[in-house]
Design a protein around this ligand. Structure first.
Ligand SMILES: [Zn+2]
Length: 562
C-alpha cells in the first residue's frame, strides 16, 4: 500500500516536471555565429500549421556561416523548389536531430556529395539519406551557408530540434537563448455566443472588445452577456533587436481568479499541427487577416497543447452575476501582458440574431459528402470539415462555386470534371484552375483519367476549366547568343509559363546534362561554370522547358570559353 503511494507520488512529481526539465540544456549551441534575433518563434500561428522551429534573422543577407549545433552526422539532405528549399538534417548521438532550412548552399564536402548525386540522377531536386557517418560533422564547424531558398519570404535560417520520433521541440528548452525584455502585445479581443438564448450586449454576433490601457494593464470596456460564450484574442510577442511580430509562448484565462484555460505549444506533431485551424478563427483570418486564437476548445479540436481546462474554456454567464475575466499572454522569458474583461450577467428576450445562410446542401462533418451536377462532381471524405455546415454550392457559366475560402478543411476534397465533350486537341491542354476574388486564375494540380480531369485540394472557393496552349518562355538573363563567356561564373536564364506552370526543365551543354538550379520565386535557372563539366572553346547550350500540359519550348544558343 505504502509502496504504491510512494510510487504514485514519485510518478506525479516526475510527470509534472517532465515537460521542460528533461531536455539537455548545454548540448546544442546556436547554429549561426551572429547574435540570434528571431523573425519567427516556435509554435507561432502559421497557415495550416504551428511553426516547428525558430526563424533566425541573417542580417538581411544570404551566405552567413551555418554551423552544426552539436557533433553528429548528416542523416538527410533535401533540395526542393518550395518548402524548406535546400535543407540539412543532422542526427546527434543523443537521439535528437537538428534541421537547417532555406539554405543557399552546403559546406564544400556536403555540396560535392549533393552535386555528385544531382549529376548522377540528372535532376536538381532530390532527397538523400546518407549512410550514418558518411558525412560526419563537428559541433561549431561549418555545414552550410544561410539563404532564402524554398518557401521563404526573405533571407533567414529556419532551425529545428526534433526528437527521436521526428517531432519538433521548442529549441529554447535546450538553452538556445534569445534576449527578450519586451512583453507580448494583446492587440484585439472578441467574444462569441453559443446557443439560442445566448447574447453578448444584446446580440448573438461576434463582439469586438474595446480595449484601453489602464495603469499598465489592458482593460476592456465592460460587456453584458448571458449564456454560453467563448473568448478569443489576438496576441503577438516582440523580442529584443527587431520589430517582428512573433508568437506568444503561453496563454491563460481565469474567471474570478479561477484558472479555466491554459495552453502552451512545446512540441508540434505533424499529425496534429493542422488542427490549428480549430484554434484560430479561420473565417475571421480569411476576411480580415487577423489571427484570433480561441481561449476555448471546439469539439473537433484534437490539439494536445492544453495544460488546464474547465468546461473546455467556455464560460456560462448567469443573470445578475458579475465576472472578472483575465487573459494572460506570456513569452518564453516570462514577460506577461494581461487583459481584463469585466462581464455583467444580463438575460434578455430580445436578442438581435445574425442570419445564417441555409442552403440545400447540409453537410455533416463526420460523414462523406458529395455533390453531382451536369459534368462535375465534388466529393468530401468524412471529417474534411471541422463542423456541420450549410454548404454554398453553384455551377453556372463553367464556374464551380465551392462555398468560400473562409472555411478550413482538414482533408482534401476531389473536384472532377467530365471533359468528354471537348475536342480531342483541347482535352490534352485542359486544366483545372482556381479563381481568386480578383478573377485571377491559377493552376490547380490537374490529374487525368479517361475522359475526366480532377484535382485534390483543401482550398474552397471558385474553380473553372481553362486551356493552356502556350509553351513556356525562355530568355537569357546575363548573356547573349554567340558570346565569349570566359570570365563568367554563371549562366542565368529566365523561364516563365502563362498558366499551368513549369513541370520540368533540362539543360544540356554540348549534348551533356548539366545542373541548372531553379529558383521559382525569381523564375531563374542558374548554371555554375565551377561545376567544371565543359571542355574546349565552342559550346552549344540547349534548354528544354515543359509546362504542366506538356507544351514545350527549346532554347538554343552557342557561346565560347577559353
Ligand atoms: Zn521557419
Amino acid at each position: 500500500m505504502r509502496k504504491t503511494f510512494l510510487f504514485t507520488l514519485l510518478f506525479l512529481v516526475f510527470f509534472q516536471g517532465f515537460s521542460q526539465a528533461n531536455y539537455p540544456k548545454d548540448y546544442f549551441i546556436k547554429p549561426l555565429e551572429v547574435p540570434l534575433i528571431l523573425s519567427g518563434t516556435f509554435g507561432e500561428l502559421r497557415t495550416n500549421h504551428f511553426h516547428g522551429g525558430l526563424d533566425i534573422k541573417t542580417q538581411q543577407r544570404e551566405g552567413l556561416n551555418v554551423v552544426a549545433a552539436a557533433d553528429g552526422y548528416v542523416s538527410r539532405i533535401n533540395v526542393a523548389h518550395w518548402g524548406y528549399g535546400k535543407a540539412l538534417y543532422i542526427t546527434h548521438p543523443n537521439g535528437y536531430t537538428t534541421v537547417y532550412g532555406h539554405l543557399k548552399k552546403f559546406a564544400p564536402e556536403i555540396e560535392a556529395y549533393v552535386k555528385q548525386q544531382q549529376y548522377k540522377k540528372q535532376r536538381y531536386t532530390l532527397e538523400l539519406f546518407p549512410q550514418a557517418n558518411a558525412l560526419k560533422v563537428e559541433k561549431g564547424k561549418l555545414v552550410a551557408y544561410s539563404g532564402n531558398s524554398g518557401s521563404s519570404g526573405g533571407p533567414h535560417l529556419h532551425f529545428e530540434i526534433r526528437d527521436g520520433k521526428s517531432n519538433p521541440i521548442n529549441p529554447m528548452f535546450f538553452g538556445i537563448d534569445i534576449p527578450d525584455h519586451q512583453q507580448p502585445l494583446i492587440r484585439a479581443g472578441v467574444v462569441y455566443s453559443f446557443g439560442d438564448s445566448t447574447n453578448v450586449d444584446g446580440t448573438d454576433a461576434v463582439k469586438e472588445l474595446i480595449i484601453k490601457n489602464k495603469n499598465g494593464n489592458l482593460v476592456a470596456n465592460p460587456i453584458s452577456a448571458y449564456g454560453k460564450i467563448g473568448i478569443g484574442i489576438n496576441a503577438v510577442d516582440k523580442l529584443d533587436g527587431a520589430l517582428n511580430n512573433n508568437g506568444i509562448f503561453n496563454l491563460q484565462m481565469t474567471v474570478n481568479g479561477k484558472k479555466v484555460y491554459e495552453h502552451e505549444v512545446n512540441t508540434v506533431s505533424f499529425a496534429e499541427t493542422r488542427y490549428i485551424n480549430t484554434l484560430i478563427d479561420y473565417e475571421r483570418y480569411f476576411k480580415k487577416r487577423q489571427k484570433i486564437q480561441r481561449c476555448f476548445v471546439e469539439p473537433s479540436n484534437k490539439l494536445s497543447i492544453y495544460k488546464s481546462l474547465i468546461n473546455n474554456g467556455y464560460l456560462t454567464i448567469e443573470d445578475g452575476l458579475s465576472y472578472n475575466v483575465e487573459i494572460t499572454a506570456k513569452d518564453f522569458k516570462g514577460n506577461t501582458t494581461k487583459l481584463i474583461i469585466p462581464i455583467k450577467g444580463k438575460k434578455t428576450t430580445t436578442i438581435v440574431k445574425t442570419e445564417s445562410k441555409k442552403t440545400p446542401h447540409f453537410f455533416r462533418a463526420n460523414e462523406f459528402n458529395k455533390i453531382n451536377k451536369e459534368n462535375i462532381s465534388v466529393a468530401f471524405p468524412k471529417n474534411s470539415f471541422y463542423e456541420d455546415i450549410y454548404f454554398d454550392f453553384s455551377y453556372d457559366n463553367n464556374i464551380v462555386k465551392l462555398h468560400n475560402g473562409g472555411i478550413p478543411l482538414h482533408r482534401n476534397f476531389t473536384l472532377t470534371f467530365d471533359i468528354s465533350d471537348y475536342p480531342a486537341k483541347d482535352k490534352k491542354q485542359v486544366i483545372i484552375a482556381s479563381i481568386n476574388d480578383k478573377g485571377r486564375r491559377s493552376y490547380a494540380s490537374t490529374k487525368r483519367k479517361d475522359n475526366k480531369v480532377y484535382t485534390l485540394s483543401r482550398s474552397l472557393g471558385n474553380y473553372t476549366l481553362a486551356i493552356d496552349s502556350v509553351a513556356p518562355k525562355i530568355s537569357p538573363v546575363n548573356f547573349k547568343d554567340k558570346q565569349w563567356l570566359s570570365k563568367y561564373r554563371y549562366l542565368k536564364l529566365k523561364i516563365t509559363d502563362n498558366l499551368s506552370g513549369i513541370k520540368s526543365y533540362r539543360g544540356e551543354i554540348d549534348g551533356k546534362w548539366v545542373l541548372f538550379e531553379y529558383e521559382p520565386k525569381k523564375n531563374v535557372l542558374t548554371y555554375d561554370f565551377n561545376d567544371g563539366k565543359i571542355e574546349g572553346v565552342k559550346h552549344k547550350l540547349k534548354l528544354t522547358v515543359v509546362d504542366n500540359v506538356n507544351n514545350t519550348n527549346v532554347y538554343i544558343a552557342s557561346f565560347n570559353t577559353k
